[in-house]
Design a protein around this ligand. Sequence first.
Ligand code: SAH
Ligand code: SF4
Ligand code: F3S
Length: 372
Amino acid sequence: MKYFIVTYGCQMNVHESEKIAGILENLGYECGETREEADIIVFNTCAIREGAEDRVFGNVGNLKKLKKKNKNLIIAVCGCMTQKSQTAQKLLNTFPFVDIVIGTFNLTKLGYYIEAVKKGRQLEVLEEGDIDESLPYKRTSGENAWINIMQGCNNFCTYCIVPYVRGREKSRKAENILKEIKEVLKEGKYKKITLLGQNVNSYGKDIEGGLSFAELLSEICKLDGDFTVSFMTSHPKDLTDELIETIAREEKLEKSIHLPAQSGNNRILKMMNRNYTREKYLDIINKIRAAIPNCRITSDFIVGFPTETEEEFLDTYSLVEEVKYDSIFAFIYSPREGTVASQMDGQIDEAIKRDRVNRLLNLEKKLQKEEA
Ligand code: SAH
Ligand code: SF4
Ligand code: F3S
């Protein structure tokens, strides 16, 4: 029996697909090379922008032919997109040949759902629950081992769907994280540890008497072995001096920070609920540059947030010029149902959004060339 997993979205999802693979291998499945030879196909989806969701609908739709040929093929859709009950319903209604639709919290019971489906039931499960730490991962990223340190997000940036589909911030216990990393290092083939969370800088705030993120990093760096450590993603509002000092001090920590600014304009930052200003952001950048020479700094930006004017967009443009990032991602604002920003007046015309993102990406290309 073979499985095939299709992954969309961020590193968190890439890592979660490693968990899905682990669960399926435990059940006796082997990794297949193509969809055609698979007995089970799992779509691990992303809901961050509309485009991500459209691709899933297109690709799941394409499986109808395969399902006709192979009646026993099981098709499962999971991840951030299916955690929204309306989208889950729409998937099941549009594609009656989909067998299992599960949310982000129910992954660990996949084996149980597969058994139910074999008995002839179509399943939709979107309950909140805890993540089962005892399940295995099948790591697939070469020398790099992803380590999840927390789930969810409490920030509710007004444009973002993540808090709705991933729930509230929940840090894993430091002892479990350290144990997992020790086991990974013992295998001998991993040289890079990448810690994952939507907002790693607030790690531990939900555990009384627990370690801060900077303390967790120091503990990880004390482990024996020849390896480096990196992490994503940092939220500027929670980035502490302690963290900057830790990155500067610890040899094993990569000198690299992904610090999404999203916008360079204070009115837009406020409307986004980011909880920092352009000045505060630049302050942090200066502190990082002073403490960690040659630190690689990267960022994400959103253009065309509701009501964003040309002048306000130019503030984002000038921030990118000023910081001289090592690289940036620029996204067109995509309204997500259920978020505050999607209800705001002053949604920006698609053509204007596209023009702004192109200008920002051209600037990025120009800066990259100057750097080279
Ligand atoms: N937790 C991370 C971001 C996760 S989403 C953080 O706070 O930085 C990754 C990126 O997608 C975000 O940084 C943002 O730039 C972009 N993004 C999120 N929601 C979006 C939306 N509705 N439209 C366009 N881009 C979005
Ligand atoms: Fe989304 Fe903001 Fe949370 Fe990042 S910090 S996941 S952008 S709500
Ligand atoms: Fe990641 Fe997309 Fe979910 S960016 S957390 S997979 S909505």
